[in-house]
Write a protein that binds this ligand. Structure first.
Ligand code: HEM
Length: 420
């Protein structure tokens, strides 16, 4: 019931606060204040050892070696996001359970289902598949720069970074232009649920978002069965053995995985450039430096901060026996600053020789399918932005997203520096 859910949510939050005060490492992470710098907390986990137990029922690791090993170990599987939540976040309509990208998609499936579903969409994300998107991406970036160029100040996230990825992903999925704003809204609601649901208002927003999104997709799929286009949904709708549930979950995954992550990569990259004048100079001299800046942003300040794996049988890891199903939090953002792999890890240094060892896109069989697309989008956005506004400046306080899993700015006011 609603009352039971509300009290469980409250109990969960109180437990996190109490344990955080007692110094529990996972509770410190779950309880980070909005805008608080998480990197010192990561270092405190690293200082405690390779595998650190938490009273919240999981273990944590900041070790690059252990993160990459467990991500590639077939004895460790994925855990649905809801598994760490104190309440059941699944929603039902008329007795039927609504699909949920973080509970039902191949992101949270193990082989053989993972293999079967990932293979269906993979061709769209190969270098050859992506080459077809390059012109569209450049066009979308320029269109959105045109829209902000007339104003002396704008919000880099809301007016630019948040707009490009949703256009790219809706184009790929074959969503008609008029529905793109709704798509952006659903994307935000669903991605917020990655952190678990904090109160009843968020729970209701999630359920409404899921229901509307599912209704919309049913309509889109029916439409694409009648009039197929050159897009992902048309291709999936033509697969005879694919169930409605798999089709919806896969489409939802592509939206959720490809949207806010890329928004925050663009935002974090711009923040890093604004904070490092020498990087800006280099970028203005050679726009192709954008690729190195994007790569170093992925290492230094990754949009996805951690993921979770659990062993399918009892195992021993770093001298600790983990019973079957024990969640291990793999702190990707902390692994990316592991001094065992990265020289001077807290320095933002695009082009560093060890730069591509980062785990921002994970590793193993769940390695981000959209990594190439995300790199292309973010580099195009940076190149376009600083070509158009070489004197771009911060023009107000940065508001951080409330999320812990996804790191980035929610608002980033900038001035174009153009004289008028
Ligand atoms: C998986 C990060 C952009 C599609 C993942 C995972 C990470 C990640 C860390 C793996 C999670 C895990 O191992 O538990 C990012 C970042 C992005 C980004 C940081 C942008 C900066 C995209 C884009 C798309 C996409 C643009 C597609 C349009 C996917 C898919 C998966 C995935 C489909 C699931 C792969 C699987 O389970 O086999 N992403 N992603 N991502 N990502 Fe991305």
């Amino acid at each position: 019931s609603a009352l039971r859910t509300a009290s469980l949510l409250l109990l969960g939050r109180t437990a996190v606060r109490v344990q955080a005060v007692l110094g529990d490492p996972a509770a410190r992470l779950f309880g980070l204040d909005q805008g608080e710098d998480p990197y010192p907390v990561f270092e405190s986990v690293r200082a405690k050892g390779v595998l650190v137990p938490s009273r919240m029922g999981l273990h944590l690791t900041a070790s690059h070696e252990l993160c990459s090993r467990l991500l590639r170990d077939p004895a460790f599987g994925v855990v649905p996001a809801g598994a760490l939540s104190p309440v059941d976040t699944t929603a039902h309509v008329g007795g039927r359970r609504l699909m949920n990208p973080v509970e039902d998609s191949f992101l949270v499936l193990n082989p053989p289902d993972h293999t079967r579903l990932r293979r269906l969409v993979a061709p769209w994300f190969t270098p050859r598949g992506l080459r077809r998107q390059a012109d569209m991406i450049e066009r979308v970036v320029e269109e959105h720069l045109d829209q902000v160029a007339a104003r002396p100040t704008f919000d880099l996230v809301r007016d630019f970074a948040a707009r490009v990825p949703v256009r790219v992903i809706t184009d790929l999925l074959g969503v008609p232009g008029a529905d793109q704003a709704a798509f952006a809204r659903w994307g935000s609601v669903l991605v917020n649920a990655l952190d678990g649901v904090r109160d009843m208002a968020e729970m209701r927003a999630l359920h409404t978002g899921l229901r509307e999104f599912e209704e919309f997709l049913d309509g889109l799929i029916a439409h694409r069965r009648r009039t197929p286009g050159d897009d992902v949904v048309s291709a999936l709708a033509a697969e005879p053995e694919l169930t409605r549930e798999d089709l919806i979950a896969t489409t939802e995954l592509l939206l959720v995985a490809g949207f806010e992550t890329t928004v925050n990569l663009i935002g974090n990259a711009v923040l890093a450039v604004l904070g490092h004048p020498e990087v800006r100079e280099r970028l203005l001299d050679s726009p192709d430096h954008a690729e190195a800046v994007v790569e170093e942003t992925l290492r230094f300040d990754p949009p996805v901060q951690y993921t979770v794996r659990a062993p399918s049988e009892a195992v021993e890891v770093a001298g600790t026996r983990l019973p079957r199903g024990t969640p291990v939090m793999l702190m990707l953002a902390a692994a990316n600053r592991d001094p065992a792999v990265f020289a001077d890890p807290h320095r933002f240094a695009p082009g560093r020789p060890d730069g591509r060892e980062h785990l921002a896109f994970s590793s193993g069989i769940h390695y981000c399918l959209g990594a190439g697309l995300a790199r292309m989008e973010a580099a195009a956005a940076l190149r376009g932005l600083f070509r158009r506004f070489p004197d771009l400046r911060a023009a107000g306080r940065v508001h951080r997203r409330p999320s812990r899993v996804i790191r980035g700015a929610a608002r980033l006011p900038v001035s174009t520096g153009l004289r008028r």
